[in-house]
Ligand binder design. Structure first.
Ligand code: CMC
Length: 431
């Protein structure tokens, strides 16, 4: 705690002293927990634009300077040098692993990749055109039916097993959802393959043929997964924390994160960007769509633009933008080159437009991620599941951190009530 804040102004909180919570990096926060008791008012912050919901050691974002750190390490250094499992270990345990720790972690993840056969049968009950995110929400929620009795949320070892199990099983679940949607047999995981190679094989191999994993595709997924692994208190992570704060089992809590991620304002943006680019179709239509995005009477927004926290640039977008060129060059992918050129033109026009400049609206990570996924042959409705696979690490790390914090209480916001004042019941025949 450092200096205290004193509220002043023309309301009843005049003179109330508020303590101040000091971070290791970033903006300090005013601790308003006692405010209702001392001053008889609530704070009002719908959409939480000025509210810190917890203290956390995991991820730091400096929105003004485009900085993203996982446990203190800059995202560009991790994306250039680490693997997704190494980053997963870092996010969950707080430190980069030694060689032995990494070997043990990889071994543990590898041996949790399979799904219970009864759970596999659930996929058959979904309609053939069910969105993979709908299947993933249901399947992950139902993991609670298999592991609830063996998960003691108060035991750190059980919490760790949950995290390993989730990180291991989520690619198997996503790939099975995809296989169901294309009517192909579900492929079992192969424990001799790396994390992303195994995912690619489970998605694209068929029992009738041999399948060789393309190392460029596997590396591209590693980079994308590291960039998406965590992002502090975003909508889906906050949802997981809120559900978890009730003491709900972690599989149920994690399924709420998948549901929250699905929306186009969050993880669904990567799918929405590709749909938007296909709708725009040609660079000559860009000015028309820029005008639509600026028109307050038109619901159209430039998908992949803007961010609640980054008001300068999204450091993940910088890494991925360079990577996009490499992947498209490798595949010499004419169809997606066209989409990438269109995306670059859209970006150029928007960044010179006063509307976007004044509001600090820059391309975010998902402006480019969909183009890479498309180049790798991943179907559009699997883009958000890819994000969910990566973010499972962050959700698990945050749930573990929250459960490890003795100060955790049920998250229970209040409201400013604007409905009727009290009135009397009127019998049906008198209404
Ligand atoms: N296109 C056009 N106008 C926009 C856009 C956009 N993409 N984003 C924000 N604005 C405008 C908005 O209308 C508002 O204008 P005004 O001040 O005149 O009312 C102003 O910019 C501020 O925006 P906001 O809606 O207050 O910003 P927010 O922090 O509530 O929302 C956002 C952030 C990311 C939800 C929003 O920018 C958006 O919907 N972007 C498109 C969806 C997208 O790309 N989401 C992925 C985010 S990155 C992946 C992730 O981490 O999930």
């Amino acid at each position: 705690m450092a200096d205290n804040y004193t509220l002043s102004g023309s309301n009843s909180t005049d003179g109330t002293e508020l303590p101040h919570v000091e971070p290791t990096l970033g903006t300090p926060a005013v601790d308003v927990r006692g405010l209702n008791q001392t001053a008889g008012v609530f704070t009002f912050d719908p959409a939480f634009t000025a509210t810190c919901s917890c203290e956390s050691d995991i991820t730091f974002i400096d929105g003004a300077n485009g900085q993203l750190l996982y446990r203190g390490y800059p995202i560009d250094q991790l994306a250039a040098n680490a693997s997704h499992l190494e980053v997963s270990y870092l996010l969950i345990n707080g430190e980069l692993p030694s060689r032995t720790q990494m070997d043990q972690f990889r071994e543990s993840i590898t041996h949790h990749t399979m799904l219970n056969t009864s759970l596999m049968n659930f996929f058959d009950s979904f309609h053939y055109d069910a969105h993979p995110m709908a299947m993933m929400t249901g399947i992950v929620g139902s993991l609670a039916a298999f592991y609830h009795d063996t998960t003691d949320i108060h035991d750190p070892e059980h919490r760790e097993t949950f995290a390993h199990r989730m990180i291991a099983k989520i690619p198997t679940i996503a790939a099975a959802a995809y296989k169901h949607s294309v009517g192909q047999p579900i492929m079992s995981p192969r424990n001799n393959l790396g994390y992303t190679s195994n995912l690619l094989r489970m998605m694209f191999a068929v029992p009738a043929e041999d399948y060789e994993v393309d190392p460029v595709a596997s590396k591209a997924l590693e980079v994308l997964f590291m960039l998406h692994a965590d992002h502090e208190q975003n909508a889906s992570t906050s949802t997981v924390r809120m559900a978890g704060s009730t003491g709900a089992n972690p599989y149920a809590a994690l399924s709420t994160g998948i549901a929250a991620l699905w929306g186009p304002a969050h993880g669904g943006a990567n799918e929405a960007v590709l749909n938007m680019l296909n709708e725009i179709g040609d660079a000559s239509n860009v000015p028309e769509y820029i005008e639509k995005a600026k028109d307050k009477n038109d619901p159209f927004k430039l998908m992949g633009f803007g961010h609640r926290v980054y008001k300068n640039f999204d450091p993940r977008a910088l890494v991925i933008r360079d990577y996009c060129h490499q992947v498209l060059d490798h595949y010499n992918n004419q169809g997606n080159e066209r989409l990438f050129d269109l995306a670059r033109e859209l970006e150029r026009v928007a960044l010179e437009d006063d509307y976007f400049v004044e509001r600090a609206l820059y391309p975010n990570v998902d402006f480019y991620s969909g183009i890479i996924y498309a180049a790798l042959g991943i179907p559009t409705n699997m883009f958000t599941p890819m994000f969910a696979i990566a973010r499972t690490v962050g959700w698990s790390a945050h749930w573990m951190e929250m459960m490890n914090d003795p100060g955790t209480r049920i998250a229970r916001p209040r409201q400013v009530y604007t409905g009727y004042t009290q009135r009397d019941y009127v019998p049906t025949d008198k209404r």
